[in-house]
Design a protein around this ligand. Sequence first.
Ligand SMILES: Cc1cc2nc3c(=O)[nH]c(=O)nc-3n(C[C@H](O)[C@H](O)[C@H](O)COP(=O)(O)OP(=O)(O)OC[C@H]3O[C@@H](n4cnc5c(N)ncnc54)[C@H](O)[C@@H]3O)c2cc1C
Length: 449
Amino acid sequence: MADNNLNNLVLEDGSNIAVIGGGPAGSFFSYFALDFAQRYDLNINIDIIEPKDFNCAGPAGCNHCGGIVSESLIQLLSTEGIVLPSTVIRRGIKSYSMHFELGDTTIETPFQEQRIASMFRGIGPRGNVNEEQLSFDNYLMELCVHNGASLITDRIVDLNRVSDGIIVKTKNGTEKKYDLVVGAAGLNLKTLQLFKKLIPSFIPPVTTKTYICEFQLESALIDKYFGNSMHVFLLNLPNIKFGALIPKGKYVTLVLLGSNINKEIVSNFLNSDSVRKCFPPEININEIIPCQCYPLINVKEAKSAFSDRVILIGDSSTSKLYKNGIGAAYITGKAAAKTAIFNGINKSSFKKDFKPVSKNLNLDNRIGKFIFFATTIIQKSSILKRGIFRMVIKEQKKPDYKRLLSSVLWDTFTGSAPYKDIFKRLIYPLLLVNLIWNIIYGNLKKDKK
Ligand SMILES: Cc1cc2nc3c(=O)[nH]c(=O)nc-3n(C[C@H](O)[C@H](O)[C@H](O)COP(=O)(O)OP(=O)(O)OC[C@H]3O[C@@H](n4cnc5c(N)ncnc54)[C@H](O)[C@@H]3O)c2cc1C
């Protein structure tokens, strides 16, 4: 590694990189860093330090997530050489059913490239023994190991800066000096605090509590009651911004996003008529939950997430608000790798080449916040919901390109497009006029009944 001249700090043959966390962000960084280094004829060593075994069923091997990936991300990854095998994908989602208190309607995928897929980040919920299915996180990590990264199954417990590198200490007692440390530890707040020793101005991301659980059902019942459809709920329940039931193999995943979700909020949701109706009537849903958790989600980016020889990526730094965190991990992981290999590993290099990428995501999230604020208002108003419901039902009889509101809703709930694009389509005059008309007409008609 080059000297202490921090104005010109670059990776050299034999440089060592520690990637802390082997989730998607850590793997995407490692994959692209190895790829770019090979093209640059640079010989680097990457250690991915990850304590979890993603092939272990249940919480011990899980990175808590809805497991939705968009077709556009799957295609983008395959152009990068990351071709997800069919054993990683649990179900292709071709439509979604939107549930309001006043009824439900099905929205077909607006276009082929807007399809989505469901998968498990680990091998599945507690007790799952399906050996044919693969874990997404493990697949990515193994790809990096195949390409030359070393996997260290351990947890980092300390980080210390020295004049010519950063000492990384693990739980098992190993200490090693690295030229660059990449923080991809997700929202593990204890781990993120360690980075404050390297970057005193670092402020971890703002988070809120969410809820995930798995329902285990016979495949035939899943086919009958859920099919290849994701079920989205826009119900007037406090604290919930978004609820979704996602079929995956012999499981259905429930994801509840909002603010500080707790047991009582979950119970209100599960006991609502709209949710009960989705399940076979003879089944007590509380008895078919093998796994549940309240993971944190990133709702506002970290501050000062890079400095000399250190950068944070993925959830530890910037994600996409409520959706497509895997896509954001890809964007930040690749941008960090590109900067480190081609431009340098000092603060000014990351500021010049990495910051604009994360800034773009942060700006998009501001627009996302506004869109989710609007959906909260819709959730509370039966007048607005009646208009939306009516317009969506009518649109489903029209050709794809005329389904303006349906495609906005699809992208909002699946995370298939940047919020900026969704917003532009949302304020399209034809959509707004149509929506206002449906709100007025739908409510007048209801009053006449
Ligand atoms: C309820 C919910 C639903 C979601 N649904 C979706 C969805 O459907 N689609 C989507 O794209 N995104 C979704 N997300 C977001 C997505 O899960 C995250 O954005 C994504 O996991 C971020 O990847 P990451 O690699 O940054 O972090 P993580 O996936 O959290 O990986 C971090 C890794 O770091 C490791 N680690 C932590 N501390 C240490 C340490 N001290 N030493 C070594 N390793 C350590 C952890 O073990 C972990 O493996 C959802 C999130 C939540 C909370």
